[in-house]
Design a protein around this ligand. Structure first.
Ligand code: UD1
Length: 352
């Protein structure tokens, strides 16, 4: 694809993906409302590319994906330029499980209505290639086995419900025009880490409940200790096991998915993007301490409601379909994540 619209391109996974696409010489247009991201990530992307000879063109549009007029303007402008948008990577959306429990309407509105708007504009301008940012949160599995794409889907919160609804919507769309739609839903496991330069990373939302941003806050001294939520799970050391994936491997997964759609016949496909390797909370703490030489004090607390003991991807479908392999390990994730936090204690608002 020659020109790709990236919704939510200023965010954590979006910004890393934008950089890689531009490094490959692909032109991109980013639309982002900045409700949960900073335009400084876009500035950083431009800075990182300043010494690259071959690079794509980057355009940034401030806007909400629920704004149909804005989306149509973007598609129309690029269409008239003679180089239309021929693919979309759709990241934009709200993403906090906890917040979604108290704000279900916002989650359904932004995530589902927003996606409908994106697709309407795509249809209008004849663009039928889309990679959608889905999540492993939609699986309902609690057994200690790796999760396959064909396993039971049973989301347990509004955020997960919206991801599942969008996957169903995209499947219906494909069925309505099987000769033309090329659709990939990428089900992410637990993305952590940052760009190796320490210039791009996660600037987490207020009250973020995920473990890695908390580990970084303990390392930087913003928090005294980490709370390890449960020590009696049926896992090797009693703490929760997850499939952490380096954000750069995840970004590369998007590039591979775009290439795959381009080279293959129209289809609807869902793929797990994870490493296939499980890491417990204690493993993560130990690795972080060792590679960064920083203590991470912790205390055990009771289990968090809604948690599962084990969530690891069977990534064999993605490995067989895509020209992709997540080769960065948990040490890389801890080193790069800490580099980002050290250099940017206040995220993108840090002075640099
Ligand atoms: C959570 C979300 C999931 C979402 C994912 C995004 C819930 C129930 N699930 O998943 O829908 O897709 O984030 O990355 O919120 N832990 C601690 N101490 C903490 C925080 C977490 O010990 O302060 C443990 C958890 O019990 C778990 C592991 O760390 O075993 C990972 O937790 P987290 O980063 O929140 O991710 P998920 O629970 O996988």
């Amino acid at each position: 694809m020659k020109k790709i619209l990236i919704t939510g391109g200023a965010g954590y996974i979006g910004s890393h993906t934008c950089l890689l696409l531009l490094e490959k010489g692909i032109d991109i247009v980013v639309i982002d409302s900045l409700v949960n991201s900073s335009q400084n990530s876009i500035k950083r992307i431009s800075n990182l590319l300043s010494n690259h000879k071959k690079k794509g063109k980057l355009k940034f549009e401030l806007g909400d994906i629920r704004d149909n007029k804005k989306l149509n303007q973007i598609f129309n402008f690029e269409y008239n330029s003679g180089k239309p948008i021929d693919g979309v990577i759709h990241f934009a959306g709200l993403k906090s499980v906890v917040e979604s429990l108290s704000l279900p309407l916002s989650y359904w509105d932004v995530n589902v209505n927003g996606t409908i708007n994106v697709i309407r504009s795509m249809q209008q301008f004849g663009c039928k290639n889309i990679v959608f940012s889905s999540s492993a949160t939609l699986y309902g599995i609690v057994e200690s086995k790796k999760i396959k794409e064909t396993d039971l889907i049973n989301p347990t919160n509004p955020y997960g419900n919206t991801k599942y609804a969008i996957e169903k919507l995209l499947n219906d769309l494909y069925n309505s025009d099987k000769k033309n739609w090329k659709i990939a839903c990428l089900r992410y496991f637990n993305p952590i880490g940052a760009h190796t330069t320490g210039e791009l990373g996660e600037a987490p939302q207020l009250n973020c409940n995920n473990i890695f941003p908390k580990v970084l806050n303990v390392a930087s001294g913003e928090m005294n200790h980490l709370e390890v939520l449960g020590k009696d799970w049926p896992t090797k050391d009693g703490t929760g096991v997850r499939d952490y994936i380096h954000v750069l491997d995840l970004a590369e997964g998007h590039i591979a998915a775009i290439d795959y759609l381009q080279k293959n016949k129209p289809q609807f496909i869902c793929l797990n993007l994870g490493t296939g390797k499980g890491t417990s909370v204690l493993d993560l703490i130990e690795t972080f301490k060792k590679v960064n030489n920083i203590d991470i004090p912790f205390i055990f607390k009771s289990r968090r409601s809604g948690d599962v003991p084990y969530m690891v991807a069977d990534n064999s479908l993605a490995l067989s379909k895509l020209d992709w392999y997540p080769f960065r390990n948990i040490k890389d994730m801890c080193i790069d994540g800490w580099k980002w936090k050290k250099n940017n204690p206040n995220g993108y608002e840090s002075i640099y």
